[in-house]
Design a binder for this molecule. Structure first.
Ligand code: GLU
Length: 426
């Protein structure tokens, strides 16, 4: 009989994104035979900040929120990564997400390190004014450690263009001049980039197209199950639908909808926007977010949150291709099961890298003060995503490893090379 204590311990570990990240890092480092000094430096974040953020609530009372910014690595350039607002934020989660940004930027070869921030709060229970005050005070607390040459935040879960505009303004007020390049994912009118809002979804479409070519899958007969409906899942679903794929599921936090013959994604997203739910959307079956992962499909796109595919359900996943829209949707314990099932994984650090790639374009445009047309942005995004996909597949073939391990190896190898060339200031 299973020992409940032991099961609990394993469960806690499996659900800890930092553990998932580290076990993959260790495996890749071992396969690369990474020099022990580089290993010692690269396995830990460069620095971690914890801030307490007083916010005057609409009631007139002050509430103090806890926030983090983890700067994982600077070897290849300024740290880069989003900021999330959620009641579930933990330091370990932000640590993992910061490290994933380092590996992600290295996989697509953009000149950034990795960082991530988070504030423990429930943005759905807060007014716009409260969110603005929270964002401004959080930015003020980080003022010395962010900046175009230091660390460049961006949107993530529950933050958006408005949040970035407030951050940019707060930073600029302290600098006494407008500094657009301090954050990316801003409104286009305020130094944002065309195509940034759709970039993560578009990146997913591009890598799914490449996988479809590789496995000779035709869009009209390719069923894609999407978990999520936000900036990543919703946009990916719409672009996939427009490209002729049969998108069979969509979901929000309360559950999903399923139609094996395909969903009209425009109508479903319009319904969600109007009614704030998929409830009473016609001609679909209701499924839970967990049932959704197990539907018959060719491509599965988890684009919601972490730890969706675990050792508990990995053997029931039925796709041929897993394209990870979210960061860390698959636990390390599930990797082996997916590999044994022959599922082709497009790992998160490649699949969702379209966002940070166009963030890089935004940062470049802000620094030049010269803005590109959306076609140019999309074309350059396409070039980078296709090249990175091909590099990854080639690397996996050459080293006879699965694509997840290949992505970590490729990224760690690049960061290690740069760290070695710079030398360790020790
Ligand atoms: N939050 C996004 C990610 O996880 C984008 C980060 C960025 O653009 O810096 O990749």
């Amino acid at each position: 009989m299973a020992n409940p204590m032991v099961d609990d311990v394993r469960q806690i570990k499996e659900d800890n994104p930092f553990e998932s990240m580290m076990s993959r890092f260790d495996r890749a480092a071992q396969l690369l035979d990474l020099n022990p000094d580089l290993y010692a430096v690269m396995r830990v974040p460069n620095r971690e900040f914890k801030v307490y953020i007083p916010v005057r609530m609409d009631s007139g009372r002050i509430e103090v929120f806890e926030g983090y910014r983890v700067q994982h690595n600077f070897a290849r350039g300024p740290a880069k990564g989003g900021i999330r607002y959620s009641p579930d934020v933990t330091l370990d989660e932000i640590r993992a997400l910061a490290a994933w940004m380092t590996w992600k930027c290295a996989v697509v070869n953009v000149p950034f390190g990795g960082a991530k921030g988070g504030v423990v709060c429930d943005p759905h229970q807060m007014s716009l004014g409260e969110l603005e005050r929270l964002t401004r005070r959080y930015t003020a607390e980080l003022i010395d450690i962010i900046g175009p040459e230091k660390d460049v935040p961006a949107p993530d879960m529950n933050t958006n263009e408005q949040t970035m505009a407030w951050m940019m303004d707060t930073y600029s007020m302290h600098a006494r001049h407008t500094v657009t390049a301090v954050v990316t994912g801003k409104p286009v009118a305020l130094g944002g980039s065309s195509g940034r809002r759709e970039a993560t979804g578009r990146g997913l479409l591009i890598v799914i197209n490449e996988a479809a070519k590789r496995f000779k899958m035709n869009p009209p007969t390719t069923r894609v199950a999407v978990q999520g409906s936000g900036n990543v899942g919703g946009i990916a679903a719409r672009l996939l639908h427009e490209a002729g794929y049969k998108v069979v599921t969509l979901s929000d936090i309360n559950g999903g909808i399923y139609n094996p013959n395909g969903i009209d994604i425009h109508q479903a997203l319009a319904h969600l926007q109007m009614t704030r739910s998929f409830e009473d959307f016609p001609d679909v079956e209701r499924v839970s977010n967990h049932e959704l992962l197990e539907v018959e499909c060719d491509v599965l796109v988890p684009a919601a949150t972490e730890n969706q595919i675990t050792s508990q359900n990995a053997d029931r996943i039925k796709c041929k291709v897993l394209a990870e829209g979210a960061n860390g949707p698959t636990t390390a314990a599930a990797d082996q099961i997916l590999h044994e099932k022959g599922i082709f994984v497009i790992p998160d650090i490649l699949a969702n890298a379209g966002g940070v790639t166009v963030s890089y374009f935004e940062w470049v445009q802000d620094r030049m003060g010269y803005f590109w047309k959306e076609d140019v942005v999309n074309e350059r995004l396409q070039d980078i995503m296709v090249a990175s996909f091909n590099d990854l597949v080639k690397y996996a073939d050459t080293h006879s490893v699965d694509t997840r391990t290949a992505a970590y190896m490729l990224a760690i190898d690049r960061v290690a090379y740069d760290t070695r060339m710079r030398g360790i200031y020790a």
